[in-house]
Write a protein that binds this ligand. Structure first.
Ligand code: FES
Ligand code: FES
Length: 165
């Protein structure tokens, strides 16, 4: 909003999303989640709570796990963003995606993109996490379907089997 209460004009925002340069015209306070989904057509990040509580909208921004429903897009100017769409390589699923499938860690799928990005963020910093560390690493991501055990198992499987990340 301007001082007179009018909405400021949209501005050009430059991002790198999944390794590709992108620019969008958006109001500075638009949520990164909406820009990803509606402007860039990346629907992997989901809206659950819209309040920073559930992690279903999580993406990596400059390597940090963030809830994209809380990020004004202007804050992402110049940032490197990774969404779930950026994980598969040459048509092959990422090992974490394979493991979630194999272990039944994805049911309705609403939490899954955020869970997988949280797991990637964890394994990047802690390649051999204990169960407690896995629980802690995924504690910002809520799942209504699985009871979490299959999710923890999926992450544990990737860590123990030394699958390339
Ligand atoms: S939708 Fe962003 S944290 Fe729930
Ligand atoms: S699989 Fe449905 S919310 Fe997690």
């Amino acid at each position: 909003m301007t001082a007179s209460g009018e909405m400021a004009d949209p501005q050009e925002i430059h991002l790198t999303v999944n390794g590709e340069a992108a620019s969008v015209r958006a109001h500075s306070m638009e949520r990164l989640l909406d820009v990803l989904r509606h402007e860039l057509g990346l629907n992997g990040a989901k809206e659950g709570c819209g309040e920073g509580e559930c992690g279903s909208c999580a993406v990596l921004m400059n390597g940090e796990l963030v809830n994209s429903c809380l990020i004004p897009v202007a804050q992402a100017e110049g940032a490197q963003i990774t969404t779930i769409e950026g994980l598969a390589n040459d048509g092959r699923l990422h090992p974490l995606q394979e493991s979630f499938l194999a272990c039944g860690g994805a049911q309705c799928g609403i939490c899954t993109p955020g869970m997988i990005l949280a797991a990637l963020h964890l394994l990047d910093r802690c390649p051999k996490p204990t169960l407690e560390q896995i629980k802690e690493g995924l504690s910002g991501n809520l799942c209504r379907c699985t009871g979490y055990l299959q999710i923890f198992e999926a992450v544990n499987k990737v860590a123990r089997e030394n699958l390339a990340l």
